[in-house]
Design a protein. Sequence first.
Length: 303
Amino acid sequence: MGWLKIGKIFEASGQREWMCSHTACPSPYLINDDLLRVYFGTRDSANRPSIGFIEMSTCGSFEVEKISEVPCLGPGEWGCFDDNGVYPGPILPHAGKLYLYYMGRSNGDFPLYYMAIGLAESEDGGVSFNRFSRAPILDKNDHDPWLVSTPFVLRQADGLWKMWYTSGIGWVSKSPPKSKYQVKYAESPDGVLWETNEKVSIPIEGEEYNLASPWVWREEQVWRALYCVAEENDGYRLCGAISTDGISWEKEGTPLGLERSSNGWDSKCMAYPSVFTLKGVRYCLYSGNENGRGGLGLARWEK
């Protein structure tokens, strides 16, 4: 058993004025069994990311049928937590709307930057989103002193909301700039007010210095996750983890078939995995070289 790469399915290269480069943090949303929408963060000529999407037929080779004409969500107001750009997290149906958990970026003095987690809502099926608040729903705190980012969120049948997210804990060095973060866990009664704690779910170890972007699902009696990790003088690679309670995780290394290619668009970096199931088959989306400048890829789980 393992993953089979289908290949690059899209690359942002100026299809829209605000879509000059990058397809970062892909987030899947199945409109129906025959149509997949993939949201991603894409940058304009000023290098500011907005959230756009592509729609793809799932009947055959996942061909792109539509590219969003305008951003679903753009940078926030000057001075707000997301004024330098936004990236998508998961999309969840709730209370007759679609919830989009997203990451907002605000730049400090180089190389400093800050990320926080926001919430947006859609009443038109996900074509456009409006901010739930101009402030983040989860920001840096005593447990996450530098930033919070790349959330994965789900709501249980009993009404409890769970979030796995990236916790920025500091910097390894200023020159060259090298950050340090790992994966934490939070809970909420309503999807808006979140309680964090000091426990680390997936810690950095050894030469790892950036561990980010968890995507979580249930498989029989266990929890499974994909995430990405960067090591000394190297780009992101994909890794897996397993858990019995969803809070403490055991690392499993890079899954078979999701290794970086020997050359080409995903040979130096594979980052920001997301997973969806279509007609009983599991798929993985991910971003390629330079954290998504290389394009957007797809792989299929093979039994």
